[in-house]
Design a binder for this molecule. Structure first.
Ligand SMILES: [Zn+2]
Length: 415
């Protein structure tokens, strides 16, 4: 090869490298740290990450410009409690049916469709929290990583670890392994450790436990799980439907979060604040409870419970991360539209829109252990960026007006 051609190649590769810079002009820019909307900011992106953010940045001619001067630019949103492979019948919620009529393949196909819906609607990270058949989500994650399909970053729980029986009820003794499809029985410290190791082997990046639905874990059980998970850099999050002793055990055992916790009292919410335990409240709205098959009166009373607990958690200052927990799509709505119904409750509880956005970004990232990579738009963070048509600080429902989605520097959607 001649010297000239080598020089040419070098020149071309330098130019190509320079042209990889993407410049976003953000007319309005949500600073997740302060919860404030800043005007006229610029974001320079290179190799999937944010290179610089500021008001008057030096740009080069080769930059690809994305003009979002009229939009509201935010970090990609996060939903910390989803079940992308599950969809139960409207007003006929029966897990047992699903477990025998839907194969792992069908669950993975559904999950890949819902994963794309989350990404297209601004959720660049989700926490898939179990009930995904025989590790169906592990294959979805592989397909996303291989570029076979598009989807958000998925923090993944694998099978749910629970005292004997998982979350099943009414199964006859002849079918005692029926729930193994989605749960691992773990009743001793050794079984808890083994269940965690099994999940890690199959790709889990968070550990999900259930307590109180059948058996109840004591403080030591939770501590054993937390210490085992920590070896792999993972956190433990625990489903506690209401509150009671099982919730206190989870908090004192050092778990990262309580999922649901509809019946947590103020002492427990204060204890969570003191210990840094997150609440992922999964505050289903009226339509979501109704979809479960509840009548209007019962659905309404659940909304009252949601709103009351949300209000108290906010006033006490318990750390919160946004999570939806929708397993039934509402008629005519996709999974994300069905999930975002929960915003009705956040509004009824009068939680400020800026705080809801923080629960969906910076707080969620902290809970998921990715706070140094995602959740805010600052230098060296992944370029997970979305833009909305309307101002979400005026009305949080504006997060339904997504116009632009970028994941790790790649444009997924630009309307
Ligand atoms: Zn759930």
């Amino acid at each position: 090869m001649t010297k000239i051609s080598i020089t040419l190649i070098l020149l071309i590769s330098t130019l190509t490298a320079q042209s990889q810079n993407t410049l976003i002009k953000a007319g309005h820019f949500f600073d997740a740290r302060s919860g404030k909307m800043l005007d006229n900011q610029m974001i320079i992106i290179k190799d999937g990450k944010i290179k610089e953010v500021g008001a008057n940045l030096k740009t080069t001619k080769t930059d690809t410009i994305i003009d979002l001067s009229n939009s509201y630019v935010l970090p990609g949103l996060m939903d910390c409690h989803v079940h992308i492979t599950s969809n139960l019948s409207f007003r006929k919620r029966n897990w047992n049916d699903v477990d025998v009529t839907e194969s792992n393949a069908l669950r993975a196909i559904r999950g890949s469709v819902f994963a794309k819906q989350f990404l297209d609607n601004g959720f660049t990270t989700i926490k898939e929290i179990g009930n995904d058949a025989n590790y169906a989500t592990a294959d979805i994650i592989k397909a996303i990583k291989n570029g076979l399909i598009q989807g958000p970053t998925i923090i993944y729980a694998g099978k749910i670890i629970a005292p004997y029986g998982g979350q099943s009820s009414g199964v006859n003794p002849e079918h005692e392994h029926f729930w193994d499809w989605e749960y691992i029985d773990a009743d001793t410290h050794e079984e808890i450790i083994k269940a965690i190791r099994k999940n890690v082997y199959y790709g889990a990046t968070v550990i999900k436990m259930v307590t109180g639905d059948n058996g109840i874990y004591d403080i030591e059980d939770i501590k054993v799980a937390v210490s085992e998970a920590k070896k792999y850099g993972l956190k433990v999050t625990v489903h506690v439907k209401m509150g009671g002793q099982e919730a206190t055990n989870v908090i004192l055992g050092g778990a990262a979060a309580i999922e649901h916790g509809f019946g947590l009292d103020n002492t427990q919410l204060q204890l969570m604040k003191d210990k840094g335990t997150f609440l992922v409240g999964t505050d289903l709205a009226f339509d979501n409870w109704y979809a479960y098959g509840f009548d209007s009166t019962r659905a309404k009373s659940w909304v009252d419970i949601d709103v009351d607990r949300l209000k108290r958690a906010y006033e006490i200052g318990t750390k919160m991360a946004f999570g939806t927990d929708i397993v039934i799509n509402l008629p005519g709505l996709n999974r994300v539209q069905s999930s975002l119904k929960v915003l009705e409750n956040w509004k009824l509880a009068r939680i400020p829109a800026s705080y809801i956005l923080q629960c969906m970004t910076i707080n969620a990232a902290e809970l998921l252990g990715i706070e140094k990579e995602r959740g805010i738009l600052e230098q060296l963070y992944y370029a997970d960026i979305i833009a909305l048509k309307n101002n979400p600080l005026d009305d949080i429902e504006a997060i339904k007006t997504v116009q632009f989605v970028m994941k790790e520097g790649k444009v997924v959607r630009l309307d």
